[in-house]
Write a protein that binds this ligand. Structure first.
Ligand code: PXL
Length: 453
């Protein structure tokens, strides 16, 4: 019976912290649309602060797992990570050759903390596994240990890659976290450098994620050069999306492109709808400050302004109504976008904000709604800071509970301002509309003009 091979196999250690190893590989396979199967070689007890213990599993248990998955799923590709002992490497090699499964070797040797993930005496057995691999993906340190060549330049990396290909691997990629972010790919004597630059973000699990993404792209039928470019793009995004989930190094976050695109669409819809409600609200013009207003909302895990949607060209007051000047787009507001990004550093669920006019009546309405208000003074701002980031962070640091409203009373040439925070754009605009109605009622039901007290 012909069967499409749609699963991928990882043979690696378990990382209880969910950042590297089997966990990273399975998430990466899933993000590429594959069913992932796994053979665990060792159980590491670890968190974002480091590895507390390592328990290698007996080779018999490794063989049992290999037989279970290879005999049924017929994985189209496999990848290896932490193998730890010579005995494990040998049984893994035998099984992959027996079932004729092409594989990528990520020659995992040490954790970031320096702890060994491959026993000293196992290096030469690992070399024999590399000899049968479709691709081997060492970082600079692993390539140095495997070849004895010190790598300080891309030319050194070329020499090391040639030596690794002489071991028998079809292709070699020396990954560039330590080579100014460049990866060097070699196949059949042809080199390609994949640029990337050094990225900001947590990197725990980046090596595993890279080699798993490479494996997925090879399984999808791309050649090694394209697979290397795609894997680089995937891991870069995973590093940028990393979150500080523990007290130490942030693990990378593998995001399914379709899910991410769907979330971006939902955010745009949410901001659009909120803006429409604001424009339709008769009382809301009172909320628009001289400098204009904006409503921003970020995707979950946002870390840059490109992840925050808002109104291009702001919301202004026109013919007694709030009026959006431009379209809703990501990266459209740096002012309110920075407030959202700063708030998310304290509470990831606070993904939306709107700046509104400062007035005693509006502050009073916020208090009547039992919102938690916090303020900052521009005079306290240290030189060289971005006001929105500093002011928001300062308010959170001062506050004993999560602030719903952050305001300041202005400064030289700076309009005083109130910022409403919320979970999403609907949440924020609900509050804005309620505040505007309260202010309107307290003025005797009339629509407010410029002279709100
Ligand atoms: O990133 C290398 C790696 C691979 N596999 C496991 C790990 C680590 C790093 O800590 O724990 C299980």
């Amino acid at each position: 019976m012909w069967m499409k091979r749609s699963s991928l196999l990882t043979i690696a250690g378990s990382d209880s912290g969910g950042g590297a190893g089997v966990q990273a590989d399975l998430k990466t396979f899933a993000a590429h649309g594959f069913h992932g199967v796994s053979v665990i070689t060792a159980v590491t007890s670890q968190n974002t602060l480091g590895i507390q213990s390592i328990l290698p599993l007996d080779e018999e248990v490794v063989v049992d797992q290999l037989e279970s998955v290879c005999s049924d799923f017929k994985p189209s590709f496999a990848k290896t990570g932490m193998l730890y002992t010579s005995e494990t490497i040998e049984v893994v090699r035998d099984c992959l050759l027996k079932y004729d499964i092409p594989f990528v070797v990520d020659p995992v040797m040490r954790a970031e903390t320096g702890r060994r993930l491959l026993l000293k005496g196992a290096l030469s057995t690992l070399e024999s596994l590399i000899g049968s691999a479709s691709a081997v993906t060492p970082n600079k340190f692993e390539a140095e240990e495997l070849t004895g060549i010190t790598i300080e330049s891309i030319d050194d990396a070329r020499e090391a890659a040639l030596k690794l290909s002489e071991m028998g691997a079809d292709s070699v990629i020396i990954t560039g976290g330590h080579l100014d972010g460049r990866d060097l790919v070699l196949k059949d004597g042809v080199f390609e450098v994949v640029d990337g630059g050094l990225l900001e973000g947590g990197t725990h699990g980046a090596g595993c994620t890279y080699s798993a993404a490479l494996t997925a792209n090879l399984a999808l039928g791309s050649d090694i050069f394209r697979s290397a470019r795609m894997a680089k793009r995937f891991v870069s995004e995973a590093i940028r999306s990393s979150r500080r989930v523990g007290h130490g190094v942030a693990p990378v976050a593998q995001l399914d492109r379709a899910i991410r695109d769907a979330e971006r669409y939902t955010v745009l819809e949410s901001v659009s709808h909120a803006v429409r409600r604001l424009e339709e609200c008769e009382e809301c013009a009172v909320l628009i400050p001289e400098v204009g207003s904006n409503i921003a909302m970020a995707v979950s895990g946002a870390s840059r302004l490109g992840d925050v949607a808002g109104v291009e060209g702001r919301i202004i007051k026109l013919h007694g109504r709030a009026h959006a000047v431009g379209c809703i787009a990501f990266g459209a507001t740096s002012h309110v976008g920075r407030i959202v990004l700063a708030a998310m550093r304290f509470d990831q669920s606070l993904r939306s904000a709107m700046n509104i006019r400062h007035s005693p009546a509006i502050l009073d309405a916020c208090r009547r709604l039992n919102l938690h208000l916090e303020s900052f003074s521009r005079e306290d701002e240290p030189p060289g800071e971005q006001t929105m980031e500093w002011g928001t962070a300062h308010a959170f640091e001062k506050s004993r509970e999560k602030p719903d409203v952050i305001y300041d009373t202005g400064g030289v040439g700076k309009e005083a301002m109130i910022r409403l925070l919320g979970r999403d754009a609907h949440d924020v605009v609900d509050r804005a509309i309620t505040i505007a109605k309260i202010v309107g009622e307290s003025r005797g039901g009339g629509v407010l003009g410029e002279s709100d007290p």
